[in-house]
Design a protein around this ligand. Structure first.
Ligand code: NAI
Length: 696
């Protein structure tokens, strides 16, 4: 008996109950008494069968990831030791699953002879999301239970399945209708009484035979399922390991799986993904919000503006079950906005990701109006009107008059000063920035912009409602462009000089996609529309050499079929255009710039290094509370590759000394402020400190 494992005998069945709050993770202090309890049950003649159950809200939710990288993780008894012991038992072992059996938790259950789950239970192998593969037999046991292709799908996606689906697939053997432990005990008794041999999963081979006969079909499934791996090693390792389960004897496949696991767990990609896993949880903790603060209730939302962003924001809330009233200036604008919303839902239905009746239910949650008084009962009102201070102030002036007391007034501005907007109202404590990303119904990131006077409960409400609608919220401070767009500006600052000095748009974009971004900056310009920046520059009286010239040629990007690249009719694939190559050469000649070969390395140094540098300044100015928040912004909103952990984590991998040295070099050459190393970066480099763990 121990604090973490209790054993009771229920009519000949040893009921071993795990109790390691909060989620029964497989820490060493749990594995030790669990192993001992299993050995005792094995050796006790009065025990005919075993049930492994768990106290609290869930079965074992996985390995203890705080042990990763420490000797504790592999210390004996390890999870593989526990699994091996279970498989040698002559008495039936039954896992009683409630809550979730994830990762190592499911692997332990797969090493039992049988699994009984309650109706709400979920099972899954999410290791791939941490850059890993299931390392304790998951990839070799699950295929034996449910077939290699179905197993591969679960392992490569990392998504859990519910108990009904688990029963149909064969992951679990029975679903408990009433008391889970009692029914698992009854199940074990029946099996014990049977007197038959209890065949461990390792010895069940039937489901592998079809795959052995047709490996080509399995390989085709692998190709399809790993298509989106984008440079990540873990999904490929998962697939290799499941393939080994088909082609190699059990013990060899198991040993190989362990090898893959150890290689991945020690690699940078998994470290990066684990960093992001913790970073997302950290981001939920916001300095200055005490335990006594309660979120305000959000039952109804108003959205002002039904353009690109307003429509997507409204969809996000409606999809999360919150009714939304959309306000526009005219009925025509509302018609246009709703036509786009309906088209988006129709696409989801056509793709099979949304059912027709659910589409109807969602559309029924929208109301439309041109009259501000219809927003009087909204608990949260978000404006997504034109990016102009005078327009925003006009809208907030109207909102102040009609919004009920305590309603939260939010702006989706990309750059404007949230404090100035707040100060223009009589209730600055209720004003907050809610910066969504385009397309807002898809993108996960939500920058919550905290004004000087934003009330703590308003911030907490924004975080709570953000998570409720499936976003990843990050609280940021007020500055031009907040965290994401401000760093994006620094990343793009030297792009035109790079072109003029000899790089081509396609080279730059290739360097970015090789790095792991879904697209490069020039393809991004074309997607967003070059005219937006052009108009802003005109308003500000600034210029861009290439950007302006391209717009003057009437090339605004994908929407006009031409921008930095050419787009064939109906295609979104950028094709290099000799006309643009000539334009760049001509502009370089006009300025007496001698063109030379630009290396890929130089492109990284002149784009991503200043971007990191800007992130460090953001930290120095306390615009972000911690470096890891910046990594969450960039991986969720800007396509920064998760295998590199975000810009701050990646900077540590590059070496802060290297960054400072190269930034100094480019600063010396160009005199540009974006290259001047931030003092904190210099200090950390000198002290051999780490950036990703810094707090502001
Ligand atoms: P948009 O031009 O597509 O839509 C703006 C809509 O607001 C139009 O439908 C217009 O009729 C309506 N509108 C303008 N003034 C209004 C008023 N006084 N009352 C009611 N409706 C009014 O613009 P978009 O792209 O949706 O941008 C909206 C806001 O979101 C801007 O502040 C922008 O900076 C911000 N934003 C834009 C992103 C993007 O990728 N487009 C990303 C994140 C933020």
């Amino acid at each position: 008996m121990s604090e973490y494992v209790k054993v009771a005998n229920d009519g000949g069945i040893a009921v071993i109950t795990i109790d390691n709050p909060p989620v029964n993770a497989l820490s060493l202090h749990l594995r030790e008494p669990l192993f001992a309890a299993l050995e005792a049950a094995r050796d006790d003649d009065a025990v005919e069968g075993i049930v492994i159950a768990s106290a609290g809200r869930t079965f074992i939710s996985g390995a203890d990831i705080t042990e990763f990288g420490s000797p504790k993780a592999l210390a004996s008894p390890s999870l593989p030791d526990l699994c091996a012991l279970l498989e040698t038992l002559k008495k039936p072992a039954v896992a009683a699953i409630h809550g979730t059996a994830l990762g190592g938790g499911l692997e332990l259950a797969l090493s039992c002879h049988y699994r009984v789950a309650d109706k709400q239970a979920k099972v899954g192998l999410p290791e791939v999301k941490l850059g890993l593969l299931p390392g304790s037999g998951g990839t070799v046991r699950l295929p034996r239970l449910i077939g290699p292709e179905a197993a591969l799908k679960m392992i490569v996606s990392g998504n859990p399945i519910g108990s009904a689906q688990a029963l149909a697939a064969g992951v679990v053997d029975a679903i408990a209708e009433g008391d889970l432990t009692a029914e698992a005990v009854a199940f074990a008794k029946t099996k014990a009484k049977d007197g038959g041999a209890h065949i461990p999963v390792r010895d069940r081979d039937e489901k592998l035979e079809a795959a052995r006969a047709d490996l080509a079909a399995f390989d085709a499934a692998v190709k399809e399922l790993t298509k989106k791996a984008r440079g990540l090693e873990a999904p490929l390792a998962c697939a290799d390991s499941v393939r080994n389960a088909i082609t190699l004897p059990f013990d060899e496949a198991l040993a190989k799986e362990r090898e893959f696991f150890i290689k991945l767990v020690q690699g940078d990609q998994s470290r990066a993904q684990r960093h992001l896993f913790f970073a997302e949880r950290e981001a939920a903790k916001v300095p200055g919000i005490g335990k006594d603060v309660q979120p305000r209730e959000i039952r109804k939302v108003g959205v002002i503006g039904a353009g690109t962003m307003g429509g997507g924001i409204a969809m996000s809330f409606v999809n999360g079950g919150v009714p939304v009233t959309v306000l526009e200036m005219t009925d025509e604008a509302l018609d246009r906005g709703f036509a786009t919303i309906e088209k988006n839902y129709a696409i989801s239905v056509a793709r099979g990701s949304l059912k027709e009746d659910e589409k109807a239910a969602r559309l029924a949650r929208f109301s439309r109006t041109t009259n501000y008084s219809d927003l009087a009962d909204c608990d949260l009102i978000i404006e997504a009107v034109f990016e102009e201070m005078s327009v925003k102030k006009d809208v907030f002036g109207k909102l102040e008059k009609i919004a009920k007391p305590g309603a939260i007034l939010a702006t989706n501005t990309s750059y404007l000063d949230v404090n100035e907007i707040a100060a223009s109202t009589g209730r600055p404590q209720d004003v907050v920035g809610l910066h969504f990303f385009s397309p807002a119904n898809v993108m996960k990131l939500l920058e919550i912009v905290r004004g000087d006077r934003t009330a703590p409960d308003v911030l907490l409400t924004a975080l709570t409602v953000g998570r409720r609608i499936g976003k990843v919220p990050v609280v940021v401070g007020v500055c031009h462009g907040f965290v994401g767009n401000r760093m994006l500006g620094a990343r793009g600052d030297d792009l035109e000089p790079l072109l003029l000095e000899g790089a081509s748009p396609e080279q730059v974009d290739r360097v970015f996609t090789d790095f792991g971004f879904p697209m490069g900056p020039f393809a991004m310009w074309d997607l967003a529309g070059l005219d937006i920046g052009w108009r802003t520059r005109k308003a500000l009286g600034t210029t861009a050499i290439i950007g302006d010239a391209v717009c003057e040629m009437g090339r605004f990007g994908q929407k006009t079929g031409k921008g930095i690249y050419l787009y064939e009719e109906g295609s979104r694939t950028p094709k290099p255009d000799p006309e643009i190559a000539r334009l760049i050469e001509e502009k370089a000649r006009e300025r007496g710039i001698e063109r030379r070969e630009i290396t890929d390395r130089e492109i990284i140094e002149r784009t991503l290094y200043p971007m990191v540098n800007e992130g460090v300044r953001i930290l120095e100015e306390k615009i972000a509370a911690r470096a890891s928040d910046i990594d969450i912004v960039w991986t969720n909103g800007y396509g920064f590759p998760i295998g590199k952990g975000g810009p701050m984590f990646w900077a540590d991998l590059e070496g802060l000394g290297t960054l400072v040295e190269r930034l100094d070099h480019w600063h010396g050459k160009t005199g540009k402020a974006v290259f001047e190393p931030a003092p904190l970066l210099r200090r950390l480099a000198a002290e051999k400190g780490k950036l990703a763990t810094q707090t502001a």
